[in-house]
Write a protein that binds this ligand. Structure first.
Ligand SMILES: Cc1cc2nc3c(=O)[nH]c(=O)nc-3n(C[C@H](O)[C@H](O)[C@H](O)COP(=O)(O)OP(=O)(O)OC[C@H]3O[C@@H](n4cnc5c(N)ncnc54)[C@H](O)[C@@H]3O)c2cc1C
Length: 246
């Protein structure tokens, strides 16, 4: 017996590009208008489906980088040069364009507003996107450790500075540069290591929850380091930005 589709998170629905914002030379935020969008929990993602004029379709996952809210959401995309979808989203899509999305998706890598625990957010590259949503919505103490190749590759620099300067000290940001550090930076560029993590980790009695997001190798290394530092594995949540479905 045929069943009617139940509208909801798994149903593809139209999204219109309302605005775009360059984040770096190779990354862009798309503001998407979606009728009936009721918001998300920070950490969730959407799937974006593109359809070519010959009917060919393909889809990829993108984390929501905006704070929760109705009718609109933002995704922040780092171009993968030989990729199929990200070059379109970063370099071609313009206000008025339409494609489809489904979501919000994901129920584990989420920071719920009711969770009273302090959070340690650790992002590598574009893996900072869902963490930015958590920072924007933060109601509890939040430390972000962000690893980027260089200052010009770092996403959300102005937004993070604003969140840090908000005055109540709720959000603290620590940066690590892996290839080129800004003038006056203490020490050479380096990969995120145990010392950097120990410098931002909450004390064990704080019962903090850690969110780690980025390329697969980054996420696995950081999760291992956190466990070595005594972090409870049950309080480490990870999201890998590998190829969708991979
Ligand atoms: C849950 C989830 C959330 C994600 N959120 C974001 C986000 O917020 N911002 C964002 O920019 N990306 C995000 N990604 C990655 C995104 O889904 C795509 O994989 C990425 O944009 C590349 O797609 P593409 O079509 O351009 O490349 P493809 O055509 O899929 O791949 C082209 C080539 O690049 C390789 N490749 C694919 N993806 C990556 C990658 N992420 N890193 C390195 N090499 C890759 C492939 O193996 C292939 O060789 C997320 C992935 C997941 C699973």
């Amino acid at each position: 017996m045929a069943r009617a589709a139940i509208p909801g998170r798994l149903t593809w629905q139209p999204a219109t590009v309302a605005a775009t914002r360059a984040e770096t030379a190779t990354a862009r935020t798309l503001v998407l208008a979606v009728d009936g969008w009721t918001g998300h929990v920070p950490g969730q993602h959407v799937d974006i489906r593109l359809t070519a004029s010959d009917g060919y379709t393909t889809h990829r996952s993108y984390s929501i980088s905006s704070a929760p809210g109705p009718d609109r959401l933002e995704v922040t995309v780092q171009v993968v040069t030989d990729g199929e979808v990200s070059p379109y989203l970063v370099g071609v899509a313009e206000p008025g364009d339409q494609f489809e999305i489904r979501g919000p998706l994901g129920g584990w890598f989420v920071r719920r507003p009711a969770d009273p625990r302090p959070a340690l957010l650790i992002g590598g590259g574009s893996g900072v996107a869902p963490l930015m949503s958590m920072v924007r919505a933060a109601t509890n103490p939040t430390r972000l450790l962000y690893s980027a190749r260089s200052p010009s590759d770092a996403l959300f620099s102005a937004d993070l500075a604003t969140a840090e300067a908000a005055g109540d000290g709720r959000v603290a940001v620590t940066r690590v540069y892996t290839r080129a550090a800004p003038p006056g930076w203490s020490g050479p560029p380096r990969r995120l290591d145990a010392d950097a993590l120990a410098g931002v980790a909450w004390p064990r009695e704080a019962d903090a929850v850690a969110f780690v997001c980025g390329p697969t190798g980054f996420v696995e290394t950081v999760a291992d380091l956190l466990i070595d530092l005594g972090h409870d594995p049950m309080n480490i949540r990870t999201e890998r930005f590998g190829p969708t479905g991979g």
